[in-house]
Design a protein around this ligand. Sequence first.
Ligand code: GLU
Length: 533
Amino acid sequence: MTVRTRFAPSPTGFLHIGGVRTALFNWLYARQHGGQFLLRVDDTDQQRNVEEALAPILHGFEWLGLDWDEGPVSSVAEGAGDKQSKGDFGPYFQSQRGEHYAAAVDQLLASGAAYRDYARPEEVQAEREAAEKAKESFVYSRQWRAETDADRARFEAEGREAVVRLLMPREGTLVLNDLVRGEVRFDWAREQDHVIQRADGSPIYHLATVVDDELMKISHVIRAEEHLSNTPRQVFIAEALGYTPPQFAHLPYVAEPGSKNKLSKRKLDKYLKNRDFAALNEKGQQIAARLGLETSAETFNPVIVDFYEQVGFLPEAILNYLLLLGWSLDDSREEFTVPEMIEHFSLGRVNKAPASFDPAKLLAFQDRAMQQVPAKQKTPRCLEMLKAAGLVSDPPACDTGPVVAGIVQAASDRLKVYGDILDYDDFFTADDQLAYDEKTWQKRMVKPDDAGPLLAKYREVLAKTPDASAEELEAGLKAFCESEGIGIGQIIHALRVATTGKGVGFGMFETLQLLGHERRLARIDHALARLSG
Ligand code: GLU
C-alpha cells in the first residue's frame, strides 16, 4: 500500500501552529514511507476571498519546507507518485471539484443511503427543542423525507426546498481502530441524519472530504481530535459509496499554556497572563514594531505561524518543537533534524493526552538551533531584517556586509532570533543621527563631572591608533586609565553611550572596532558637542 496523507486546511487567513503540527505529522508520515503528501483546501463553505485567505497558509508551508506532491495540474491517476517541482501545481481546491460530490450524492440517493429532506429548518429545530424539553435525545422524525417522486412534488408544491440527509443506522455500534486512540466505539443511535448537501446544492464538508479521500487514494487520515466525532458519519458515507475507509489517526489538541483546553487564537487575553507567553509575544511585538509591521493581535501572535517567520525564528526550530508537542521518541531525546524526524516519527508514539504549548520551551529550542547555525550563514537573513526595518540607508552609513558579519560574530548567542539584529541598529545610523537613551546619557555623561573631560582626552589617544584591533583598543584604554589614575569603569560607560547611544551592548572594544576609526571618533565628537550644549 502506498502511504498517502493530506492536510486539509480551511482558508481562514492564518496558519495556526496546531494546524502546522497536524500538517507536520502528515508530512513526516508520508515522507517516512516514501509516499505522498497532499494539500487540499476545504473551501466548500467559503464566503470570503479564498485566494487571499489561503496566501498566509501557503506561505507558511513554504517557509517551513513542508512541500506537497501533487495538485490539480496532474490528475490523480497520472500524477500519483510523479514528483513534480512545487510551483507546477497548486493545492487541490474542493470548490473546483463539485461534480465529484454531486455524483456521490446521486449515488447515495439512488442506493437509499441518503434521502431528500424537505423539512424547514425551524421544523427540525422545533423537534430538537421538544426532545430537549422532554429530556430525551433528539431523533429526527423523518416526516419530511421524500421517498417517492409524488412526495417530492407534494413538498415542492408547498414551496419547500430539499437538503440531502444521510439515512443513518439507528442501532448497532461502529468500532473504529484509531491509530492513536486505539479502539473507539460509537453507538449509531447517537448519530443524526446529517445533512450532506444544502438546499442550494452545495456539498457539506463531510461528504466532500470522504469523496476526496477516496479519489485521492488517501491511506491515512491524520487530523485533529475534534474530528473524531465526525468519523462515524464519514465512515458511513464511505461504506455506502462502496469505499474502504482510510485509516484514521486523531491527534490530541495542542493545548493552551498550562491547561488542557484547546489553544485558540481567540483567547489571547487569557494567555497573556502567562508570563512566558507574554514574554514571547512582547519580543515579537517589539521586533514587529521596528519592522513597521501591522501587529494587531488578530493577525500577529504566537498562536499563528506567521509571527515566527516575521520575527526571525528558524523553521527547523519550530518544526522540532512542534514534533514534540504530542510525540516523543523516548523520554529523553529532544533534538531532531528534519531527516531525523522523518526517520523516527511514528503514529504509535503520539500521545493521547493534549500537549500544552510551552513558549519557554519553544524559545529554548530556537536558542539551541540558532547557536548551531554558523555565523556566516546568519548574515544574509540579518541583512534582510535590517533592510526591512529601513536601517540600511542609501548610501549606507557603513560597509554593511562586513559590519553585519562582525555584529553576528560579536553578538554570538545574544542573537536568539534574526529580529534581534535590530537591537544593534546604532551601527547603521549615521554618526550625527545617533539616538541616545536619555536616561543612560544623563547617568553616564551628564552626572559624572569628569565624563566629558576624560572622553575628550581619550579621544586624542584613540586618534593616534587608526588600525587598532579590539585587543589593541582594550590595551590602549587600560594604559590610558593607568596614566590617568582612574578605574576603567570611570570612562567605559561614557564611552559606550557616546559611541552607541545605549547603556548595554556587546564588547566595547569589538564595538569600537566594528565602527572603525572615522566613525568612532566622529561619534565621540558628536557626543562631546551634545554634552557641551
Ligand atoms: N478543514 C478541516 C479542518 O481544518 C479538515 C478536517 C480533516 O482533516 O478531515 O479541521
